[in-house]
Design a protein around this ligand. Structure first.
Ligand code: BGC
Length: 251
C-alpha cells in the first residue's frame, strides 16, 4: 500500500525568477522558506534545468525524496512545452517534463504556471467551492490565465496572448510593460482595464482573481479597476504557482 504524500516540493519557473518551496499538502501552505534564484539570462534549457537542481539543494535535507511539481510559463501538453513567450525559443516542442525528471533525478509533475496558480486557489484558496467560471490572471513578466469551471481546471487558456494592436496583450498590459515604459500606476491600470473588459466580454466570468508578482501591491491598482464580476487578489498571491505545482502530487 502506498501512502499519499503529506509534503511536496513546488518549483515555479518564471521569466524573471525561479522560486521553490516545500508545501504542506494538507494545509496548502509553505512549510519551508521560499527560495529564489533569478532566471538565467535567456532562459535556455540547460541553465534552467541546472537552476532547478540548485533550488532543490537550497531546500536542504527536508526536500530529499519528496515528490516534485514544476510549473512553467508556456503551453504544456503531454509533458511537452509548446510555446515560449518569455523564455528561450528552444523550449518549443521539447519533452520538458522528461528533461526536468532526468535533471532532478525523480519523477515530477509538470504544468503551466498560471494553471498551477489556479489549482492552488481551487484547492486551498479563493476559488474553493466557487460555482461557475473563475478566471485567475497572473500579472508578472507576462500575463497568465487559468479557467476554473465548477471546480475543474480548463488548462492552457493563454489570455495574455489575446491580440492587441498587432501583438500579445501582455506586451501592453503586463507589469513589465509598466516598468519598461515607466508608466504611472494609473496609466497602467487603464491598460489593465482594457484587458479585463475584453476578457469579461468574451467569457463573462463569475469571479476574477489576480495573482503574480504584482499581487504584493494590490492597493496601487485594484481600486482603479471596474469589472462586472467581483475581482480579488488570489489568496496565495505570488506563492500560488509553488503551492499548485506541489499539489499535483496529491492527485
Ligand atoms: C505564457 C503563459 C504564462 C504567462 C505567465 C505567458 O507569456 O505564454 O504560458 O502562463 O506568460 O507566466
Amino acid at each position: 500500500m502506498t501512502n499519499a504524500p503529506t509534503h511536496a516540493i513546488g518549483i515555479d519557473i518564471g521569466g524573471t525568477g525561479m522560486k521553490a518551496g516545500i508545501v504542506d499538502l494538507q494545509a496548502g501552505t509553505l512549510s519551508s522558506e521560499r527560495v529564489r534564484i533569478p532566471t538565467p539570462e535567456g532562459a535556455e534549457p540547460p541553465a534552467v534545468l541546472q537552476t532547478a537542481k540548485e533550488l532543490i539543494e537550497m531546500l536542504g535535507d527536508d526536500a530529499k525524496d519528496l515528490p516534485i511539481g514544476v510549473c512553467f510559463p508556456a503551453i504544456v501538453k503531454g509533458g511537452r512545452t509548446l510555446s515560449a513567450a518569455n523564455v528561450s525559443h528552444e523550449w518549443i516542442g521539447l519533452e520538458a517534463e522528461n528533461l526536468f525528471a532526468d535533471a532532478l533525478g525523480r519523477d515530477i509533475h509538470f504544468v503551466n504556471d498560471a494553471d498551477a496558480g489556479g489549482l492552488a486557489e481551487l484547492r486551498f484558496g479563493a476559488a474553493k467551492g466557487q460555482e461557475g467560471l473563475t478566471i485567475l490572471t497572473t500579472l508578472g513578466t507576462g500575463i497568465g490565465s487559468a479557467f476554473l469551471f465548477d471546480g475543474q481546471l480548463v488548462p492552457n487558456t493563454e489570455l495574455g496572448h489575446l491580440q492587441w494592436k498587432g501583438d500579445s496583450i501582455e506586451r501592453y498590459a503586463a507589469p513589465t510593460a509598466r516598468e519598461r515604459e515607466d508608466l504611472s500606476w494609473k496609466k497602467w491600470a487603464g491598460r489593465l482595464q482594457k484587458f479585463y473588459d475584453h476578457v469579461e466580454f468574451l467569457f463573462s466570468p463569475d469571479l476574477i482573481l489576480v495573482g503574480g508578482g504584482v499581487s504584493k501591491n494590490p492597493e496601487k491598482f485594484l481600486p482603479m479597476l471596474e469589472t462586472r464580476a467581483p475581482i480579488r487578489i488570489a489568496e496565495h498571491r505570488n506563492n500560488a504557482g509553488i503551492i499548485g505545482a506541489a499539489s499535483l502530487a496529491m492527485a
